[in-house]
Design a protein around this ligand. Structure first.
Ligand code: GTP
Ligand code: MG
Length: 198
């Protein structure tokens, strides 16, 4: 699946102009700067497919990427929880994110990225609440594992597993990744392949 081509094909900043649904869609959600765009690049093996930045708030639209010629669409979402953006803009983003997540029939799963250094923050928990309520299947992906020591990683995995244990729409397995070292990227690809085979 990931051996072939991956191409950007659509950017939406309004729900009314989402691309037509084709194949399975998988969305990458998470706080600003958590590493969504970087992980999409690592997954597809394309350095600059999704635009990344040191400055939070880089991705401001829903960006759609085709993988494997119509088999799979990866959606890079704008991050949430970035304080330095105007209130009106935050409201517009939140609405776009939530409506997309609730209303997209071909959305197979949302990968919710959590910075492994920080764990699940209150605004992450709010997003998870929304996904649970809407019964949108999601899975937690811990990012930036390269920034932690081994024992810190285990503690973060345990705490995260405990935090999602009673969440109805959460997939129990947590995937640990680093886009910098490519750790866990193979696991994430396998997870996606299994999902598409279901
Ligand atoms: P927004 O689009 O603003 O929501 O951010 P994003 O979640 O798409 O994050 P992005 O991929 O742009 O990465 C944000 C910053 O984190 C960049 O400076 C990346 O270099 C850094 N980063 C991403 N992945 C990793 C990782 O695995 N390890 C480390 N150490 N840094 C990473
Ligand atoms: Mg981004």
């Amino acid at each position: 699946l990931f051996a072939g081509t991956a191409d950007f094909f659509y950017a939406a900043d309004k729900l009314e102009i989402l691309p037509p649904m084709r194949g399975h869609e998988i969305a990458f959600a998470g706080r600003s700067n958590v590493g969504k765009s970087s992980l999409i690049n690592a997954l597809t093996g394309r350095n600059a497919l999704a635009r990344t930045s040191h400055t939070p708030g880089r991705t401001q639209q829903l960006n759609f990427f085709d993988v494997g010629g119509g088999k799979l669409v990866l959606v890079d979402m704008p991050g949430y929880g970035y304080a330095a953006v105007e209130k009106a803009k935050v409201a517009a983003w939140t609405e776009l994110i939530h409506s997309y997540l609730r209303g997209r029939a071909n959305l197979a799963r949302v990968y919710v990225l959590i910075d492994s250094r920080h764990g699940i923050k209150p605004n992450d928990a709010e997003v998870l609440d929304g996904l649970d309520k809407a019964a949108v299947s999601y899975q937690i992906v811990l990012t930036k594992s390269d920034a932690l020591k081994k024992h810190e990683i285990q503690a973060r995995l345990d705490a995260t597993a405990a935090a999602i244990a009673r969440r109805p729409a959460a997939y129990p397995e947590i995937i640990l990744t680093s886009s910098r070292t490519d750790d866990g990227v193979t696991d994430l690809r396998a997870s996606i392949a299994r999902l598409l085979a279901e």
